[in-house]
Design a protein around this ligand. Structure first.
Ligand SMILES: [Zn+2]
Length: 93
């Protein structure tokens, strides 16, 4: 029987847990050295937040931008908690 191609969102959901208190979807899989969720898409390693953004917006992330979490939880991949930050702005801490 041929293996069905798994929906990437389904695949991500399987590796994460919903926190009912905060509404965060917390990643349970691999992470970067810095603690950010990491996965593979099209043979490339990519952060899960970037992939979720791509899938939910059907677009690439704007250049010079990165994704941050409103809830400040590095492991959260809830599309509703993610927002785009300009790199210039993110650096000015
Ligand atoms: Zn969250």
């Amino acid at each position: 029987m041929p293996k069905l191609k798994q929906d990437p969102i389904q695949r991500l959901a399987k590796k994460s847990v919903l926190d009912l208190e905060t509404g965060c979807i917390l990643w349970n899989g691999c992470t970067t050295y810095g603690g950010y969720p990491l996965t593979e898409a099209d043979g490339k390693t990519i952060t899960v937040q970037r992939l979720v953004w791509k899938l939910t917006h059907s677009a690439e992330l704007p250049p010079n931008s990165l994704i941050s979490q409103k809830c400040r939880n590095k492991l959260c991949i809830n599309p509703g908690h993610l927002f785009v930050v300009r790199k210039k702005y993110a650096k000015a801490k």
